[in-house]
Design a protein around this ligand. Structure first.
Ligand code: ADP
Ligand code: MG
Length: 250
């Protein structure tokens, strides 16, 4: 579903990604770990077409991100068409960024109605089911300010799912939450994984990574230091940098 080969990205003089290789199979969960500033968010943003790569290649479901193949040539896609590619990818951020003036249900309906031109009736029915799925069927009429951070984050997940993405990206989805609210969000992510959703998850939740991930990837300073079976990477890391990081977060 995701194949990154030698992905590089710089901001001015700062080389943030220095050749990332990473593969996520269909239906797999990949957890990305690493210290702050190592390039995890930048990598996710590249996968989601929010940043342009400087080098290397990135394909999502066989499509080269930002390009289309015509015959033997690759053509860079204009912004409008990049938006089309992006529709198939759901993203959930640390900060939930719900629309504050819309109810939970309206937040989930918004993109299907506006982007996919779904009828309000259809969108409403689907949104209700998605809120049920994240355990918030009884909060459909609440505004974000009336919901806890964990509930808001689950609405954000339902909102991403409303576009029926083939890939879900999570950027530290539980980092901004009070500890007692983390579990409900991880439970929703666990059930998504069990349903076969392909997911790339940036997280410091080692327990979640160990239990749910097919692959754990440890990044530091723009490179993949160590990647593989989470039981290896997290419990028997080979690289000194991985060990040092894990000893701090555990
Ligand atoms: P992580 O998510 O692992 O904490 P980031 O991908 O957010 O790391 O950032 C990696 C590095 O890139 C950091 O040094 C950060 O300051 C820098 N960076 C990220 N986005 C930008 C940007 N838009 N402009 C300039 N520097 C950036
Ligand atoms: Mg980040």
């Amino acid at each position: 579903m995701v194949v990154a080969k030698g992905v590089t990205k710089r901001f001015g003089k700062l080389e943030v990604l220095k050749g990332i290789d990473l593969t996520v199979g269909r239906g797999e969960v990949c957890c990305l770990l690493g210290p702050s500033g190592s390039g995890k968010s930048t990598f996710l943003r590249c996968v989601n077409h929010l940043e342009r790569l400087d080098g290397g290649s990135l394909t999502v479901d066989g499509e080269r991100v930002g390009y289309r193949r015509r015959g033997d040539a690759l053509h860079e896609l204009p912004e409008r068409e990049i938006a089309l590619q992006r529709r198939d990818i759901g993203m959930v951020f640390q900060r939930f960024n719900l629309f504050p003036h819309m109810t939970a249900l309206e937040n989930v309906m918004e993109a299907p109605v506006r982007v996919r031109r779904e009828s309000r009736a259809t969108a409403r029915e689907r949104a209700g089911k998605l809120l049920d799925r994240v355990g918030l069927g009884d909060r459909a009429g609440h505004y974000p300010a009336q919901l806890s951070g964990g509930q808001q984050q689950r609405v954000a997940i339902a909102r991403a799912l409303a576009m029926e993405p083939k890939l879900m990206l999570f950027d530290e989805p539980t980092s901004a939450l009070d500890p007692e609210l983390v579990g409900d969000v991880l439970d929703v992510m666990r059930s998504l994984a069990a349903d076969g959703m392909t997911m790339v998850v940036v997280t410091h939740e080692i327990g979640f990574a160990r239990e749910v991930a097919d692959t754990a990837v440890f990044m530091d300073e723009g490179v993949v230091v160590e990647a593989g079976d989470p039981r290896e990477v997290l419990d028997r890391p080979v690289q000194e940098r991985t060990r040092a990081f894990l000893s701090k977060v555990l």
